[in-house]
Design a protein. Structure first.
Length: 432
């Protein structure tokens, strides 16, 4: 049920190839000629692999800035929306009603009045019961184009309900993008006491990588049926994908998208490649850690080979405590393999992997079955020593606010946590 039938798979893979061809064509026309060929040391094999197998270009003409504080996230989103002159594209797993929602909705309505096109794509499960029908109609009446990815309970849908869009992307005029872990909901900005304090990490992007994100949005937007063939209109228009003529920076970035449409599970494959390329260290921060057995074994093997593996996980769960205890049950086998486990005092929601303090794999993905097999997810490969150093320092600061886990912390009662919970957590849970 979690697989697409062959006809549907062929249809979407054909569309995906068209968008990839268009992307490469636009990059070749740009001033920097950004289909770059760099020397490929061992740790960059993942970049080479993505380019060859998944047709993902490596772009150089980019700048980036990481955003990690709640107030900075809100400020960044607001400033980007205010800056828009042509269009705003938003793709979010959760965009739920609340203080932040109300303020951003007013800003979007104001931009529509100024002639800016606004498109908002949300996931059917992530937004289930979080936005009322009345509010959706109100947004549409204000001129905001609103689509729901794979709505629940809709008959005749092409995807099984378990396939979700987990992305969090904001694109402004094909010039700027904000991308990362942060949904649009009060709890993710720590303006509610509903959950424990949450830490987020997003990246503000400028340059050719924004073109890749915008094309990905166009592809996902077109997957929801509508009367107009908006994808073709957007793809063929200079309005949505102007060439990047200016010098934005020197960051080497590669976008990777993963979904049931993709071959060989790109994000899972990349993580495996990077684990075995590591020589000194692997640093992981993720809110959910339920990876398949082969990834677990890969981490054990490299740790036993002398690679320092550090994993930061939440001390507090955002959902049922049983899930957190199952989480800890999985980790009990790691401590004997010299893998360092830390629990952050709060809820760390960032999705980050750092290899040897040289390469960053950052995005919307969690280390769980859902993200690696079923979700529409996005990651960016960042190859820049200065940036990696800054992000590694941020990781170290997270460690200072985390508790080293020992076996006593991971104790559980087998009658309370039977194996069935482990299976349920892997197969039926939909994480944010």
């Amino acid at each position: 049920m979690d697989k697409l039938d062959n006809d549907l798979l062929e249809k979407y893979q054909t569309r995906l190839k068209r968008y990839q061809d268009y992307e490469r064509h636009r990059l070749l026309l740009s001033s920097s000629g950004s289909l770059v060929t760099l020397p490929i040391p061992e740790k960059d094999n993942v970049i080479k692999y993505n380019s060859f197998v998944y047709r993902r270009p490596l772009t150089e003409n980019n700048s980036l800035r990481f955003v990690n504080r709640a107030k900075d996230h809100i400020t960044c989103i607001v400033n980007l929306i205010k800056r828009a002159k042509k269009f705003i594209h938003m793709e979010y797993y959760i965009f739920s009603e609340g203080y932040v929602f109300n303020y951003i909705s007013k800003l979007l309505a104001r931009k529509v009045q100024e002639g800016v096109e606004v498109r908002l794509l949300v996931d059917g499960w992530g937004n289930f019961s979080k936005v009322s029908r009345k509010m959706i109609h109100r947004l549409q009446s204000l001129g905001i184009h609103y689509k729901i990815f794979n709505p629940l309970f809709r008959r005749g849908g092409e995807f099984w309900w378990n396939i979700r869009n987990h992305n969090k992307i904001l694109i402004i005029d094909n010039e700027y993008a904000l991308f990362g872990s942060c949904n649009i909901s009060d709890e993710y900005f720590n303006v509610t006491d509903k959950f424990f304090p949450t830490s987020e990490l997003s990246v503000l992007l400028e340059g050719e990588i924004v073109n890749s994100l915008n094309l990905l949005f166009a592809f996902h937007w077109n997957m929801i049926p509508s009367q107009a063939r908006e994808f073709d209109i957007m793809l063929d228009s200079q309005h949505y994908f102007p060439l990047v003529r200016r010098n934005c920076g020197s960051q080497s970035l590669q976008l990777v998208d993963s979904s049931p449409i993709s071959e060989n599970y790109p994000i899972k494959t990349n993580l495996t490649q990077m684990i075995f390329s590591a020589k000194k260290s692997i640093r992981i921060s993720t809110p959910y850690f339920y990876p398949p057995t082969d990834l677990l074994n890969s981490l054990k093997i490299v740790s036993q080979s002398g690679v320092k593996v550090q994993i930061i996980l939440p001390k507090e769960a955002d959902f049922n405590d049983k899930v957190l205890r199952v989480h800890r049950r999985l980790l009990s086998q790691f401590l004997s393999d010299n893998i360092e486990i830390y629990e952050y005092f709060g809820f760390n929601h960032e999705k980050l992997t750092i290899i040897d303090d040289e390469i960053i794999y950052f995005g919307t993905y969690n280390w769980d079955y859902r993200s690696l097999y079923w979700n529409f997810e996005t990651a960016i490969v960042i190859k820049n020593k200065q940036t990696t150093k800054k992000v590694s320092e941020l990781f170290s600061k997270r460690l200072e606010k985390s508790h080293p886990v020992n076996l006593s912390d991971l104790s559980y009662h087998p009658k309370i946590i039977p194996n069935v919970f482990l299976g349920i957590s892997r197969w039926c849970r939909i994480f944010s």
